[in-house]
Design a protein around this ligand. Structure first.
Ligand code: TXA
Ligand code: MG
Length: 337
């Protein structure tokens, strides 16, 4: 049976934190909140616990995980080298939703790396995640707490619905702030490269490091390439079939025609609807601002899935860099299974 402990996100109760650390020390799995999404945590240095994370998610063990640390010093302990670029980005964005890919130290946790030579590290900002890492005294491997290719969880009930019994303990600190995963940047090469757009947008990254390339992330969106292990085209998907419509009118028209064919449809648009929705269309209005939109996107898709819609139609988002992370998640959610 999974236990759930409610915990204050701002002032985490030491009893709950210590209990999470105890479970992790014993090789168990704990779902915990971060400022992006809920993570499925295991002690990063315990190879069999990390193996359990892959099993619980149904994720191939060659798809690397992120090691969560308190700061640069701990990250350096996992890295073979710590380039100046890593230092500059960490100094600007840690603790926070930025993941850095560096060369893995030769004795570093190979299971976390999915068997590869690199390792992804991030220092989360969420007080609960930090308190658990501190109490454990070791880095924590934590992918998003969902089944392989599914929607990331932004509340504890999403975690329970997705993973159920395979997690021993869930720390419930309420909804996550960003609602979308961390930005992943590879700092190994001569030019830093955006591998996954996320909660920190490209403009903010480039304000600190002007030459961050979005080459591979942009190519992924266009051509559905796979820029890094674990980044397959189909990902972040609800159970319902998701389709992205060019604009508001075509989204409403598509939703109406699907419902006329007997489908139960979810419709996601930005701002108010222009006309009343057809019967059997569950419409949801998301924000016009990219951060606010990202905050509610996964939660809204989870809700529509829970209602049992068969199809979800989403109005496409603007092409500006600020929308890159949302556009990436929508493209992958819409990828045919
Ligand atoms: O916001 C987040 O990053 C959340 C929270 C829980 O911290 N975690 C998360 O983990 O989203 P996951 O495993 O669902 O996604 C990790 C991403 C994947 O896109 C994976 O390909 C990439 O990071 N990644 C991890 N290790 C990597 C590596 N060594 N090289 C390249 N990409 C890597
Ligand atoms: Mg994930």
């Amino acid at each position: 049976m999974t236990r759930v402990l409610v915990i204050d996100p701002h002032a985490p109760d030491a009893g709950a934190v210590n209990e999470a650390a105890r479970v992790l020390r014993g090789g168990g799995l704990v779902a915990l909140p971060t400022e992006t999404v809920y993570g499925l945590a295991a002690c990063a240095l315990d190879e069999s616990a990390v193996g359990r994370v892959f099993l619980a998610k149904g994720r191939p063990s060659s798809h690397p995980l992120i090691a969560h640390v308190l700061g640069e010093e701990d990250a350096q302990g996992l890295a073979r080298s710590w380039p100046d670029r890593a230092h500059r980005l960490a100094a600007a964005f840690w603790p926070g939703p930025l993941t850095l890919v560096v060369d893995r130290a030769s004795g570093g946790p190979i299971a976390v790396s999915g068997g590869g030579d690199s390792i992804a590290v991030r220092a989360p900002a969420h007080p609960v995640a930090r308190a658990v890492i501190r109490a454990l005294g070791q880095p924590v491997a934590a992918p998003s707490a969902n089944r392989y290719q599914g929607l990331s969880p932004t509340t504890a009930s999403h975690v329970l619905r997705e993973l159920g019994d395979s997690v021993e303990l869930v720390l419930d600190a309420g909804p996550c702030e960003a609602g979308i995963e961390s930005t992943v940047v590879d700092v190994r090469g001569s030019q830093p490269c955006l591998l996954r757009p996320g909660a920190i947008d490209l403009r903010a990254l480039r304000a600190v490091m002007a030459d961050v390339s979005r080459g591979e992330a942009a190519a992924l969106i266009r051509d559905q390439l796979r820029p890094s292990p674990g980044m397959q085209a189909r990902h972040y998907s609800p159970r319902a079939i998701l389709r992205v419509a060019r604009d508001r009118d075509s989204a409403e028209a598509l939703a109406a025609s699907l419902s006329a064919e007997g489908e139960y449809v979810g419709l996601l648009v930005r701002g108010p609807l222009s006309k009343p929705a057809s019967p059997r269309v569950e419409s949801r209005q998301l924000a016009q601002d990219p951060k606010a939109f990202a905050h509610s996107l996964f939660a809204t898709l989870h809700d529509l899935d829970a209602l049992g819609v068969n199809a979800i139609v989403v109005e496409d988002v603007p092409g500006e860099d600020e929308w890159l992370a949302v556009a990436d998640r929508l493209t992958r959610a819409a990828c045919p299974r």
